[in-house]
Ligand binder design. Sequence first.
Ligand code: FES
Length: 196
Amino acid sequence: MEASVGRSEDVLETGTRADGPDTESRVTVRVNGASHTVEIDHRTTLLELLRENVGLTGSKKGCDHGQCGACTVLLEGRRVNSCLLLAVAQEGYEIVTVEGLIEAAGADGDLHPLQRAFLDREAFQCGDCAPGQLCSAVGMLAEAKSGQPSVVTETDLPTDAPVRLTTEEIRERLSGNPCHCGAYSSIVNAVQDVIA
Ligand code: FES
């Protein structure tokens, strides 16, 4: 990350400008396998960077407070609410958005198996939560595979053993991504199709 500075006469010995601290920096982020270098205000969230600087509008701004999950993306393979993260702190990390799930599938721009399952099961209505649901579900599958328990996981399972994704597990693990259309049953069915 490279902090932008004002004219040299404005720079104090402490590294701050005469009219206050620097408020913008140039950062390079990796999104869906491509690098993007942008000049951004330090207050820019990762969600805003993705939508407004990189032009990937699949991730949605719902609550902007970490409550709705519509902005969920994968950061180093882990699902995060991008509205809660400052973009300047994400330099060097691999970020995958719902648009990047297609590339992750590998073959000829095919949809990710979860994207295909969501379509087959009609696991959405208005679609506003679907990008977040999909990224969250991808992260959730990896968490369960690595043995990370949820609050409903049986406690007598061996450590690091993959967690069996029962309906209860799936519902609990995706509870951070509410669907206002109530497509929950179809979402669970879609996830179960992929793990079957
Ligand atoms: Fe990020 Fe709602 S927009 S959680």
